[in-house]
Design a protein around this ligand. Structure first.
Ligand code: 0A1
Ligand code: ZN
Length: 877
């Protein structure tokens, strides 16, 4: 039941822990109904704590306490106090260390929240971040208490032949009654959120990695038997990550063993537990016929992300949960750069910025906006947000831009050296960057404490006599009381013939591009020795997470799309063109005017199509129109119908006018390949499939056949899904039979069936809402599996703007129904589903009222979790 008044936790209230736990010995007698936990904590008073005789307050939730003893003497009920969240002992030894022994039981099978110890299919596993360890046993469940763990697991040999925990296996043996035991020891001190155990019938794929100091590390991936043939990509990704971190950051792995376990029920993507990562199957399993190119890329990225946490998160961890971005922002930045190095830098940057601008910018403009280092929370699990992760990574990226690549390495070296083995703050990270470079980041620190996306307004003027160009930048944020931010802006200038102009400023040498540092609310920069008015290419590489407002004509944008040497800004110019044109058409729709295709946009597309491109993935991005949710972000009042109509109109016009080019490209790059995952093959599939989607727009029999043939003959999931997606979003009469045959083909592959649900949930077809309702009743739909819920409810509400926001409010009611059903099973996942309703202020009055009604309904639901309560109530405030 919900606390009538859930407690808010504040950063300003941080105090050091009263006690420290040096060592812990954990013993588990594992059983899905009732697991017995015996824990021996070596405790001592924290020398940094100045309070005299503080009570020892341990966290523990949903535990059945059996016994408790200090230094071998049992405590009776008068010597401790228990409530729903804590166990307090008023008097404990102050002068010397002592052993607190606790025995309790828990029920993994009843644990549908998937936090603590739970059952996934037949496997027992744990998830302890952020505060799940307290659902296993009583502990000081806070990241600044770092402990050495020794864990012994006892279980039935047949049900749980594999028994894993953190660190190294130190002993094992047999017991009577068909039971066995294994002991694990982790030599590194860690906070309890990094604890993990796994028990089950698992198969293991093994490999090894030789580190830069010539140590051989054993690498193991554990999966269920039928998934053994889908692990090779994950293993290769792990080896690539280990090499990359040595080469890029001089970071070597520290244990002799690195284990990854794939589980099918998982609230998030994956978890960096020391030496024993637990992964959502989605980010491990891949075979060419079951996983798309983008799945392959995400797997590599997430494997990298969790591996990189070993240094940024585990060896150096967070002092408290307000510092979450310390580990997440830096680790996302590291995984972004890793993927960029493995694939295409240009494409990766564009994809990251797309995610940031559509989803994080919306979060930051909405009622749940918070700084990357929040100041308060009710439920910490609600703060694993795009802001903490993605904007957090942008902030780290800006530091690198400011201090330069070498300076950044010096800073990270100092950070690792200074803080290894500690629990630290975002401020410590920034200080290391400052100290290593003698660079002042005082003003830059505002990025950690201010929320909202800043807007940059740009004006420029050219002085023919002086041959100078003056650029004036004005920064503003939603609140006027905020301090101006320190913003790095990468600038290049182009001559009218398309060549790069040298950039001269009074105190800088000439260069092709420079970084200017905006620090004032309004500031001007003068570029010299310009014989003609240059075309300005500003914010290259998206050098800061801001909204750029700059008047640019379609002609100017077309020029940049043809000539900008910065791959990000070149793509951006094309997006801005399409965006301007579509926004104009949206207005035409609203005013019931006839729609007409803009000839300049058509010309720009023709130009792009005529050029030779090495990087076909980049080429395909240049051919893509801005997504509906991006367009929504550009409107004062979102009009989902007009957005859809206008965007489809442009797509249709391009398809009609450029049909032969799209057909030719399709034929040129269509190959029936299987198992090729090099950049060339990925690019070929990407360009071919975008051409197919344009062609399908024409709804001709010939193109229907094209999609159907690709669907029937595809040898890889990328091509099969792309064809099916085109079919599902068209009036192709083959739609029902293709969906059915896909289901029959893949009904035993859960991750592929997730795609089948998602495809239908995201369809623009008229009957999508009814389809979604029907799919809820499908035998393969499972409310207890987060991946399945995300694939249907999540996809519909977050990725089908058109139908979710249907004017009659049926989408909103459906979502609230699902959140309420999910709330009692899994509050974390339920709470994440609320996000689609939190943007209510962005819609017309009628929709606002309908969305608010559902949010109010959530708040007033009996037994609503504090997770859902926090998001719903804050979004109404
Ligand atoms: N630290 C993980 C993310 C994660 C967070 C919470 C979880 O359960 C509530 C699970 C995973 C990461 O950044 O990969
Ligand atoms: Zn992470």
């Amino acid at each position: 039941m919900r606390d009538a008044n859930p407690q808010t936790i504040y950063l300003k209230d941080y105090t050091v822990p009263e006690y420290l736990i040096e060592n812990v010995e954990l013993n588990f007698i594992l059983d899905e109904q009732e697991t017995r936990v015996v824990s021996k904590l070596s405790l001592k008073k924290n020398p940094q704590c100045k309070i005299a005789n503080p009570a020892l307050v341990l966290q523990g939730e949903e535990l059945d306490l059996v016994s408790i003893a200090i230094d071998g003497t049992a405590l009776d009920k008068t010597q401790y106090q228990q409530n729903k969240e804590t166990l307090s002992i008023a008097h404990v030894p102050q002068e010397q260390a002592f052993i607190l022994a606790i025995e309790n039981t828990i029920s993994p099978k009843a644990n549908t929240a998937l936090e603590g110890l739970y059952l996934s299919s037949t496997m027992l596993c744990t998830q302890c971040e952020a505060q799940g360890f307290r659902k296993i046993t009583y502990f000081l469940d806070r990241p600044d208490v770092m402990t050495r763990f020794k864990t012994t697991l006892i279980a039935d040999k047949d049900k749980y032949p594999v028994l894993l925990s953190n660190g190294n296996k130190v002993a094992e043996g047999e017991l009577k009654n068909n039971r066995h035991w294994v002991s694990w020891e982790d030599p590194f001190k860690k906070p309890c959120y990094l604890f993990a155990l796994v028990a089950g019938q698992l198969e293991c794929i093994e490999d090894s990695f030789t580190t830069m100091s010539n140590r051989e590390i054993c690498l193991q991936i554990f999966v269920e038997k039928h998934d053994v043939d889908k692990c090779s990509h994950a293993m290769q990704s792990l080896k690539n990550s280990m090499r990359w971190d040595e080469e890029t950051y001089d970071r070597e792995y520290d244990l002799d063993l690195y284990m990854i376990v794939a589980v099918s029920h998982f609230n998030m993507g994956a978890m960096e537990n020391k030496g024993l990562n637990v992964f959502n199957t989605k980010f491990v399993l891949a075979r060419p016929d079951t996983a798309t190119d983008s799945d392959y890329e995400h797997i590599e990225g997430v494997i990298g992300h969790e591996y990189f946490h070993n240094w940024t998160g585990n060896r150096i961890t967070c002092r408290d949960w307000f510092q979450l971005s310390l580990k997440e922002g830096f680790t996302v930045f590291r995984d972004q750069e890793f993927t960029a190095d493995q694939t295409s830098k240009a494409v990766k940057r564009i994809e990251d910025v797309k995610l940031l601008r559509t989803r994080q910018f919306a979060e930051d403009a909405g009622p749940l906006s918070h700084p990357i280092r929040p100041e308060s929370y009710i439920e910490i699990n609600n703060f694993y947000t795009l802001t903490v992760y993605e904007k957090g990574a942008e902030v780290v990226r800006m530091i690198r831009t400011l201090v330069g690549e070498n300076g950044f390495r010096k800073g990270s070296d100092l950070y690792f050296q200074r803080h290894d083995g500690q629990a630290v703050t975002c401020d410590d990270f920034v200080s290391a960057m400052e100290d290593a470079n003698d660079f002042d980041l005082r003003q830059f620190r505002h990025w950690y404490s201010q929320s909202g996306t800043p807007t940059l307004e740009v004006t420029q003027s050219y002085n023919q006599d002086k041959q100078t160009c003056k650029i004036t930048l004005k920064q503003s944020s939603k609140s006027t009381t905020e301090e101006p931010l320190h913003i790095p802006i990468k600038v290049g200038l182009l001559n009218s013939d398309g060549s790069s102009a040298a950039v001269y400023t009074a105190n800088e040498e000439t260069a092709d591009e420079i970084i200017i540092e905006l620090k004032e609310k309004e500031q001007s920069f003068i570029f010299e020795q310009l014989e003609e008015k240059p075309v300005v290419s500003l914010l290259r590489g998206f050098s800061a997470p801001v909204i750029l407002k700059m008047e640019q004509s379609l002609e100017e944008l077309a020029f940049l799309l043809s000539h900008d040497t910065d791959t990000f800004n070149r793509w951006e110019a094309g997006q801005k063109m399409s965006c301007q044109v579509i926004l104009g058409l949206i207005e035409d729709c609203q005013k019931k005017r006839t729609l007409q295709m803009n000839p300049l946009l058509l010309e720009a597309y023709k130009n792009v199509l005529q050029q030779p491109w090495d990087d076909l993935s980049y080429f395909s991005l240049l051919l893509s129109l801005p997504e509906e949710n991006y367009l929504a972000g550009q409107m004062d009042v979102i009009d989902v119908d007009a957005i859809h109509t206008a965007r489809e109109f442009v797509k249709q016009a391009l398809a009609e006018q450029l049909q032969s080019q799209f057909q030719a490209l399709y034929q040129q790059f269509h190959k029936d390949e299987s198992g090729q995952f090099d950049a060339g093959a990925i690019g070929r599939r990407r360009i071919k499939n975008i051409c197919l989607s344009y062609l399908m727009q024409l709804e001709t029999e010939q193109n229907y056949q094209l999609a159907k043939a690709q669907f029937n003959t595809a040898k890889n999931m990328t091509d099969q899904m792309a064809a099916l997606s085109c079919i599902v979003n068209s009036n192709n009469p083959a739609k029902p039979s293709c969906l059915e045959s896909f289901y029959q083909q893949w009904k035993n592959e859960a991750l592929v069936i997730d795609k089948w649900f998602t495809l239908q949930a995201c369809s623009s077809a008229k009957d999508t809402f009814d389809t979604v309702q029907t799919l809820l009743q499908h035998s393969a739909f499972e409310l207890s599996n987060p991946n399945r819920v995300r694939s249907l409810t999540g996809a519909f509400s977050q990725s089908n703007q058109l139908h979710f926001h249907a004017a009659n409010g049926q989408g909103y009611q459906f979502l609230a129904d699902q959140i309420i059903a999910l709330n009692s099973l899994n509050p974390q996942v339920a709470s994440r589903m609320v996000s689609a309703l939190t943007q209510w202020k962005r819609f017309d009055n009628a929709r606002q009222a309908l969305m608010k009604t559902q949010l109010e309904r959530l708040i007033n639901t009996a037994d609503i979790s504090k997770d859902v309560f926090e998001v719903a109530s804050k979004s109404l405030a």
